[in-house]
Design a protein around this ligand. Structure first.
Ligand code: ADP
Ligand code: MG
Length: 418
């Protein structure tokens, strides 16, 4: 890697500003905010343990939710400080402001190996605006900087870009944390010169979310397997009918361009040969959010490339599952982003589950490197109980996609070169 990592820093007695991803899902229970999923906190523990062992004074900065510049108590990081303390088995101090006097006092009280969590940086609009005055206030208390929040690195905010630039400008070194380092390794170096065949599986809701990734991967992959609702925009590009399937008629041109690029580059680019379709029926009811409740009736396999008018395509079909899995079992590198169908409904989850099993099997039996990105794909792998059977699961979401597109992430660019 061409960037410093936390292993390269001499941190003893140094105040280290560490940007972490503590944007955990929370819920109100009996008037208190409770954390529903601690995965993101767990991700940071290796970096924090290393810094503790080496005697750093650790100042943690993070955002939670979208408070839009207001001190919204439901988005306070205080419950995260308690949870972190429980998970790491040490006290974690909390400052009820990320800048100013209360932060400065808490920083001054830090002992080597001590931990302090600052309040939500997004209580200030200046954070997302990357305001230089705010960034300076954030950077003021730190000698060094570590970014372990890959999921926030695609944004040039004060805590991800402005502050490290200022710290670096006065000679403080800025490094990637261990979680960030792994993200850059697996989504970057490993895919730069992948062991072949390199098979990419892309699914999920929209072509528009992933078209830039498709475009880039058409230059690297041997095979691209398409699933999910994105199939139907490609079908439109082929002049087929998609019925009520989720599709993006205004993205047909870019879908067509991708199909042509695949052909001209000799990339095997596969769409499903059959699928599981169903009939969406409006129940006349509305859900909590006031949206109409649509029920799907009569799920059935179909190998007609045209979807009947009243129906929607909701999963890849059994023939396609077989074909995709066969190809995956021969792969040496696999990148998977996006579920193959409406997997939240068990009637349309088989395609996604079968792909998850094939990815795990290729990893175990073929020695394939398997890399999974995308929040919903990771949910599906977790649900299938296969999380420890794949090589790497990216925490990045939007950041992973931008990185896979080949873009420079501002939060990575701001780190010091080796
Ligand atoms: P990821 O988070 O893995 O990047 P996306 O957010 O792009 O994936 O897409 C996931 C969503 O797409 C899921 O909610 C899933 O139900 C939906 N989806 C996948 N295939 C279909 C389909 N054929 N019809 C409707 N929704 C679909
Ligand atoms: Mg998603």
């Amino acid at each position: 890697m061409d960037k410093l990592t936390v292993n390269d820093l001499s941190v003893k007695n140094q105040r280290v500003l560490v940007r972490v991803d503590f944007n955990v899902p929370m819920e109100e229970k009996d008037g208190k905010m409770v954390i529903n999923d601690t995965t993101r906190i767990k991700e940071t523990l290796p970096t924090l343990r290393l810094l503790i062992e080496r005697g750093a004074k650790i100042i943690l900065a993070a955002h939670l939710g979208r408070p839009k510049g207001k001190r919204d108590p439901s988005m306070s990081l205080r419950p995260v400080a308690d949870k972190l303390s429980e998970m790491i088995g040490r006290p974690v101090a909390f400052a009820d402001d990320c800048i100013g006097e209360s932060a400065a006092k808490a920083i001054a009280a830090l002992q080597p190996g001590g931990l302090l969590l600052l309040e939500n940086v997004r209580y200030y609009n200046e954070e997302e605006a990357n305001d230089p005055v705010f960034a300076e206030k954030l950077a003021r208390g730190a000698d060094l900087y570590v970014n372990d929040a890959f999921g926030a690195a695609h944004r040039a905010h004060a805590s991800t870009e402005g502050a490290p630039r200022l710290i670096a400008a006065r000679g403080g070194r800025c490094a990637a944390g261990l979680s960030m380092e792994r993200e850059l390794k697996f989504l970057g170096q490993e895919l730069e010169n992948p062991a072949r065949p390199f098979v990419v599986v892309l699914g999920g809701a929209k072509v528009s979310d992933k078209i830039n990734v498709i475009d880039r991967l058409l230059e690297k992959a041997d095979t691209i397997l398409i699933g999910g609702a994105m199939v139907y925009t490609f079908r439109l590009a082929q002049g087929r009918k998609v019925g009520k399937s989720l599709s993006e008629p205004d993205k047909v041109d870019i879908a067509r361009a991708a199909l042509e690029k695949a052909k001209s580059r000799g990339v095997q680019f596969l769409l499903p040969s059959d699928e599981v379709i169903g009939t969406p029926v409006d129940t006349g009811k509305v859900n909590k959010k006031g949206k109409p409740v649509i029920e799907i009736r009569n799920p059935r396999p179909s190998s007609d490339p045209d979807i009947p008018d009243g129906d929607a395509g909701l999963d890849i079909g059994p023939q396609t599952v077989k074909r995709y899995c066969q190809i995956l079992l021969g792969a040496k590198t696999i990148l998977w982003n996006g579920p193959m169908g409406l997997f939240e409904d068990p009637r349309f989850a088989e395609g996604t589950n079968a792909v998850a099993r094939a990815v795990a099997e290729a990893t175990a039996k073929n020695g394939a490197k398997s890399i999974i990105g995308g929040g919903d794909s990771i949910k599906a792998v977790n649900k299938a109980g296969l999380a420890d059977k794949v090589t790497f699961m990216s925490t990045g979401g939007g950041a992973s996609l931008e990185f896979l597109e080949g873009r420079v992430l501002p939060g990575v660019a701001a780190l010091s070169a080796k």
